[in-house]
Design a protein around this ligand. Structure first.
Ligand SMILES: NC(=O)c1ccc[n+]([C@@H]2O[C@H](COP(=O)([O-])OP(=O)(O)OC[C@H]3O[C@@H](n4cnc5c(N)ncnc54)[C@H](O)[C@@H]3O)[C@@H](O)[C@H]2O)c1
Length: 387
């Protein structure tokens, strides 16, 4: 089957971005939203983005006009009738997504692929609402969809392997890098990245260091583009806290993913980050935020603790067959711009050293949160490395 017509449901931040990607790859796109205002906003935003690309000489004017001309902004889902692929990007609510998938099946042909861009919901649960669940899968773009290279492909338990291969090939033809992830909470990126926030919050909560010093350690010493507190302020503490809570709940309250009171406090106080003018930092024009203390020993301790917790999460994802080691490293470098793949980083630190650092934390706190992945322990015993 040739995929020519792509339908995108939800014209918000993600839907509009995915529409741009698909139209740039030459598809006719129907961008549908039940809210007229969202369609107007998406149209204005896309026009602005394409104009900017012309000014920057990334594309010429006729190309920009052709891309925009291929996107049709429509309020009624019945327009999806002739689409071969639908990507749903509406509100993150399982019951609403299930009923929308049921409604979609009444409109599209039997061989139309139906995908969800959900960040945290079970694809298997969404597919279960369908008469033909074998055509359902997760196609998870990152924000902003047009710029971020990575796309996670998530088969549901019911998905036909042919649909997985076909979708993966298509998304790669759109210029993206795909990784295959098992349908488990947070897939790869949103699962493996939890300690970047969680362990930083824990270090701040214990007053081992302040936000500025932790951010300094992760950026200056670790090479991360943004420190955890700057990043949480950027994402929005409400959004980040919600993802943490949903991953924690989905893992049956595994202490490894336990949310932080410090973050809850920020959310309760409406200190949401940049968008509210205040989060961990103060964004008012005349404010000067505190300087990091730049103690190199402390900085390296902070970096080591957060990185080893990230490595543990990445190793466990491999251990539990969520993804291959190659895909885990690709996901973290291309999905969230980590300076190195976490498993490649484990090789550099040394697997034995990683185990020792985790065991030290576990011995000190006596908390399950710090349990070392059996994969790291087995690899240490066998003197193995990743890759
Ligand atoms: N924002 C991100 O960083 C990000 C990243 C990856 C994945 N996601 C996922 O993508 C999806 C969309 O997220 P977003 O940030 O674009 O949301 P958003 O709030 O910006 O947009 C959602 C849009 O869907 C529309 N909508 C809601 N219900 C609808 C329905 N029944 N029919 C038609 N339109 C409907 C709304 O009017 C809105 O315009 C969510 O599942 C989210 O988890 C978000």
């Amino acid at each position: 089957m040739q995929i020519m017509n792509v339908g995108i449901l939800g014209a918000g931040a993600m839907g509009a971005g995915i529409a741009q990607v698909a139209a740039s790859a030459g598809h006719d796109v129907i961008l549908c939203d039940k809210n007229k205002n969202a369609l107007t906003k998406a149209s204005e935003k896309l026009q602005k983005i394409l104009n900017r690309l012309v000014v920057k000489e990334r594309i010429d004017d006729p190309t920009a006009k052709a891309i925009f001309g291929r996107i049709h902004f429509i309020e009624n889902m019945t327009a999806f009738e002739n689409c071969n692929l639908i990507i749903e990007a509406i509100i993150e609510d399982l019951n609403i997504k299930k009923s929308v998938f049921q409604a979609l099946e009444q409109i599209v042909a039997d061989d139309c692929i139906i995908a969800s861009n959900t960040s945290s919901l079970s694809i298997t649960a969404i597919a279960s609402a369908c008469d033909h669940p074998s055509r359902v899968l997760g196609i998870h773009f990152f924000n902003p969809a047009a710029l971020m290279k990575l796309v996670e492909i998530i088969p549901a338990v019911q998905t036909d392997q042919k649909i997985v291969l076909q979708s993966r090939e298509l998304i790669e033809n759109w210029g993206k890098l795909t990784v295959l992830a098992k349908d488990t909470p947070g897939f790869i990126v949103n699962r493996v990245a939890r300690p970047f926030y969680g362990e930083a919050l824990r270090i701040a909560e214990e007053q081992i260091a302040d936000y500025a010093t932790i951010d300094w350690a992760m950026t200056e010493l670790g090479g991360f583009r943004m420190g955890p507190f700057t990043l949480m302020d950027y994402i929005g503490n409400d959004v980040n806290y919600k993802v943490t809570c949903s991953v924690w709940e989905a893992f049956y309250y595994d202490p490894r993913y336990k949310p932080s009171f410090l973050q809850k406090e920020k959310v309760d106080a409406k200190f949401l980050g940049r968008k509210s003018g205040k989060g961990y930092y103060d964004y008012s024009a005349d404010n000067i935020n505190p300087e990091p203390n730049r103690d190199e020993d402390l900085g390296h301790q902070i970096l080591e603790r957060i990185v080893v917790m990230l490595i543990n999460e990445a190793a466990d994802a491999v251990y539990l067959k969520i993804a291959t080691p190659e895909d885990v490293d690709l996901a973290m470098t291309k999905g969230v711009n980590y300076p190195k793949g976490l498993l490649a980083w484990a090789n550099l630190i040394g697997i034995g050293e990683c185990v020792e650092l985790l065991d030290e934390l576990h011995d000190y706190y006596k908390e399950d949160r710090y349990r070392c992945s059996p994969l790291l322990r087995d690899m240490e015993a066998a003197e193995k490395m990743f890759f």
